[in-house]
Write a protein that binds this ligand. Structure first.
Ligand SMILES: [Zn+2]
Length: 186
């Protein structure tokens, strides 16, 4: 059975961001955050450099907004080169999928997939003193699941207007794509 969070290396990169919060002391908010993501309490809207979420806790929606840095021009150029090569070597992938080897290539070249917590800006207006709060953590877990379902999202988060190297088959309707279709206008 695949892991619930981080079933692919792409999602796993984001899970590492969340779980880096336990480096100093166990964070009791993590099990709660996982439970919220697991039970579909998090509604996500994802775009380049931003993630907006509504996290339902006890019937109340808590809005969360994350802002993340995009790749630099150099990182983007390197990533596009690696992607073109990887997609050429792995033809016939489902739309939205990316080869696992590409994640390893990017990591080897120091091109981050996920963003460490220190480098992203998280907005949540709740009164929980401990940061990141459970709403932000749940958003990140839900994001890791979304990325596992559709690895290409991990790239779209970090760079705008990236054109896939291989054109999509027009007869293929990817189910995982439907949830984000409105957002991307595809
Ligand atoms: Zn919060």
């Amino acid at each position: 059975m695949p892991a619930e969070f981080g079933a692919t290396p792409w999602g796993r990169a984001w899970v590492r961001t969340v779980e880096s919060t336990v480096a100093s002391a166990p964070n009791p908010a993590l099990p709660k955050a996982r439970s919220l993501a697991r039970n579909h309490a998090v509604t996500l809207s994802v775009g380049t450099g931003s993630v907006e979420a509504d996290v339902m806790v006890s019937g109340t929606g808590q809005p969360v907004r994350l802002q993340l840095p995009c790749w630099s021009d150099q990182e983007r150029a390197d990533a596009e080169r690696l992607m073109a090569k990887a997609l050429d070597e792995h033809r016939g992938l489902a739309v939205g999928d990316l080869p696992d080897s590409l994640e390893a290539d990017l990591r080897r070249d120091g091109i981050g997939i996920a963003v460490p917590l220190d480098d992203l800006t998280a907005h949540c207006s709740c009164r929980v003193r401990r940061r990141p709060c459970v709403h932000v953590l749940a958003t990140l877990y839900a994001l890791s699941q979304r990325v596992d379902e559709r690895p290409r999202l991990a790239v779209e988060l970090r760079t705008s207007a990236w054109e896939p190297a291989t054109p999509a088959d027009p007869d293929w309707t990817p189910l995982a794509e439907l949830g984000v279709a409105d957002f991307y206008g595809t």
